[in-house]
Design a binder for this molecule. Structure first.
Ligand code: NAD
Ligand code: MG
Length: 393
């Protein structure tokens, strides 16, 4: 029997890589549902190719247009909105869910998949950052299998003992070594970054990704979000994790053991590797990724992160330490800041300033329900938007 997959964020960078892996294994996987915000043309093509039962557009107008273009004879039912996303993520007939919506919009459908006990392929790190304890609890309660798709966390997962139970020390683990490429601005000073443009920021040296995560990579907030992501996924503290800048992006992360061994996962900077790993785990399948040529790479370099030029990494550590609603606030303020930078409303170096100010104004509250998460997220978005209005005025 073929396994069924719902791809949330199908039109994006991770979504398209996921469909490429599916395409290579027609006897193994079948698309149950595809979703996108509003990319009608892309969805139309993918629906024709993969013939899903459902297509969900976040935007209601886009759903109407897509439905008209597909015509009455289409076997795919077009739906719209957040509830429909949760429905296709938790449907009885779905085996696995690729969570690849960008940002906080991914939270509710991803949690729905976890509660329904699906194999959750987690690319949408923001949902774990903003609601970590609740998310992990939903995974436990639902009996879901959570597999990290973020390349670093996938590498850590592969380097941990096969039945890692969340206890670092008892498993003989001394440290997790989280690698970072350093992004397009590695080696620059704060003043050199004063006038960088969105186009310069999204031009990542090694990876081709969506615009939001590309800016996060340039500010190093991506590594900050990943630090928090790793703490929740592997049940550890920021002090158990060392961020290692490794410009070649060949080693995707490592685990250091107490007797001195370091286990690493290496590969091309191609997300189809962690995607295929997550889809087939514990088996391995072809992903269309070329073998690594170590002679061509010839050298691997490592250095510590530059906290002065890239304050976002430390801000994330502080948010995790503060706990409660603070990681939610960090994530929301970052989303607003990145969006404003991409729209050229604020400068690159104002991204960390904005986030720091919003965090400074926040009174931490306990997070006991998703409603609390949504409330903290909304508070931080409002606060960040006001900050931008003041700075533009
Ligand atoms: P992208 O911008 O290329 O794609 C985002 C997808 O989400 C699109 O399909 C878009 O239509 C959909 N979307 C956007 N807003 C939405 C909304 N409000 N409601 C519903 N759907 C919406 O992003 P990406 O690079 O594919 O990244 C997706 C996620 O994966 C992010 O959380 C990112 O951090 C994570 N991730 C990406 C990479 C990568 O290499 N691209 C690597 C690791 C982790
Ligand atoms: Mg990553």
């Amino acid at each position: 029997m073929r396994q069924t997959i719902t791809v949330l964020g199908a039109s994006g960078s991770i979504g398209q890589s996921t469909l490429d892996v599916v395409r290579r294994h027609p006897n193994r996987y079948q698309v149950f549902a595809l979703s996108a915000a509003r990319s009608i043309e892309r969805m139309l093509e993918d629906i024709r190719e993969f013939q899903p039962r459902y297509a969900v557009m976040a935007d209601a107008g886009a759903a109407v247009q897509l439905s008209e273009l597909l015509g009455d004879s289409s076997a795919t039912e077009v739906l719209a909105g957040c509830d429909s996303l949760a429905m296709v993520a938790s449907h009885h007939d779905v085996d696995m869910v690729m969570a690849a919506i960008v940002g906080a919009a991914g939270l509710l459908p991803t949690i729905a998949a976890a509660e329904a006990g699906k194999r959750v392929l987690l690319a949408n790190k923001e949902s774990l950052v903003m609601a970590g304890p609740l998310f992990m609890e939903a995974v436990r309660r639902g009996g879901a299998t959570l597999l990290p798709i973020d390349s670093e966390h996938n590498a850590i997962f592969q380097s941990l003992p096969a039945h890692y139970n969340g206890e670092l020390r008892k498993n003989g683990i001394r440290k997790i070594l989280l690698t970072a490429s350093g992004g397009p601005f590695r080696g620059k000073t704060l003043s050199e970054l004063a006038n960088v443009t969105p186009e310069q920021a999204v031009a990542h040296p090694n990876w081709s990704m969506g615009r939001k995560i590309s800016v996060d990579s340039a500010t190093l907030m991506n590594k900050g979000l990943e630090l928090i992501e790793a703490c929740f996924l592997f049940n550890c503290q920021p002090s158990d994790i060392q961020v290692v800048v490794h410009p070649q992006s060949v080693i995707h992360s490592m685990v250091q053991y107490c007797e001195g061994s370091v286990i690493a996962q290496l590969g091309q900077p191609d997300m189809r590797t962690p995607i295929a790993y997550g889809m087939a785990w514990p088996e391995r399948i072809e992903a269309g990724v070329a073998s690594l040529d170590l002679f061509e790479i010839s050298r691997l370099e490592f250095c510590p992160p530059d906290h002065e030029t890239f304050p976002c990494l430390a801000l994330a550590g502080q948010a995790f330490a503060a706990g409660g609603s603070m990681p939610t606030v960090l994530n929301a303020a970052n989303e607003i800041a990145v969006d404003a930078f991409l729209q050229e409303q604020i400068a690159f170096n104002q991204i960390p300033t904005l986030i720091r100010d919003v965090m400074g104004m926040h009174v931490v509250t306990d997070i006991e329900s998703i409603d609390h998460v949504i409330e903290a997220d909304r508070w931080a978005r409002d606060c960040a938007s006001q900050w931008i209005s003041r700075s533009v005025a």
